[in-house]
Write a protein that binds this ligand. Structure first.
Ligand code: HEC
Length: 236
């Protein structure tokens, strides 16, 4: 009885030890033998996962294909329940011109033959400057401008960024000469692009673009946003 028990015990120890070694893999990126594949790979469809090879089974049709789908057209992201934020983030009502399809890559946009840039003249900045939010808005504006615009427009907004200095780009305006533009037109140009400037609507959301509109005003008038500035009174 005792011997039988010992034999069973030794066989079990050998079996477990062998299993432990067999399940190891020399490739440091491999998870080794998967006893419970569901725990390694979620059976739910997730974005950014290559479903071309799941649990060792290859599916050539799905391999290297994007699993994240483009949302159905007209889908509106959820921005919470604050009505001012929701109103600000609603899809932009102004349309791109038909010419912008090829010049500015507006392949999926709703296009119009009208020149909506002219209509945008009347659009006001819905992101109002207040003494409470001003500091944050200008700080965020500076970060967004440095990351997305300064290489062309220059850190001082005078149209002399490194891309222009290097000779790669020409025709970048000095903001100081653009005081005749309305907030709505500045927004439109950043959103859809203008001339040699590309569209930024896939890079920046509406709040970010309106923040940049305030930041550009600061280049044009250092008092912008302070009580001394007539423009600040106009904006509020
Ligand atoms: C690749 C270079 C480049 C980048 C990046 C760029 N711009 Fe421009 N921008 C231009 C050029 C060139 C023009 C002149 C377009 C024209 O009038 O034909 C211009 C024009 C403008 C105008 C004037 C628009 C009008 O209606 O006359 C504004 C405002 C502006 N840019 C803001 C921005 C902001 C804000 C960013 C960053 C989000 C940005 N730009 C990024 C090159 C650039």
């Amino acid at each position: 009885m005792k011997i039988k028990f010992r034999v069973i015990l030794s066989i079990s120890i050998i079996a477990v030890t062998t299993l432990m070694f067999v399940s190891c893999a020399s490739d440091p990126d491999s998870s080794g033998l998967e006893y419970m594949p569901d725990m390694y790979r979620s059976p739910a469809i997730e974005p950014y996962v290559d479903y071309g090879e799941v649990r060792g089974r290859e599916n050539k049709d799905l391999k290297l294909k994007r699993s994240a789908m483009i949302p159905p057209s007209g889908t509106i992201p959820y921005y919470g329940t604050d009505s001012a934020t929701v109103a600000l983030m609603m899809p932009y009502a102004r349309k791109a011109n038909v010419a912008m399809k090829s010049t500015h890559g507006m392949y999926d946009a709703v296009l119009t033959k009208e020149n909506e840039y002219d209509f945008a003249l009347a659009d006001k900045n819905p992101l109002k400057l207040t003494s409470d939010n001003m500091g944050d808005l200008f700080d965020t504006g500076k970060k967004l401008f440095t990351a997305n615009c300064a290489h062309c427009h220059g850190a001082k907004g005078n149209g002399n960024g490194p891309m222009v200095v290097s000779g790669a780009y020409v025709g970048v305006p000095d903001y100081a000469n653009l005081t005749n533009l309305s907030d709505g037109q500045i927004f439109y140009s950043i959103y859809y692009g203008k001339g040699m400037m590309g569209a930024h609507n896939s890079l920046l959301d509406k709040r970010e673009i309106w923040t940049l509109v305030h930041y550009i005003r600061k280049f044009q008038d250092t008092d912008y946003g302070t009580s001394q500035s007539a423009k600040a009174l106009e904006a509020n």
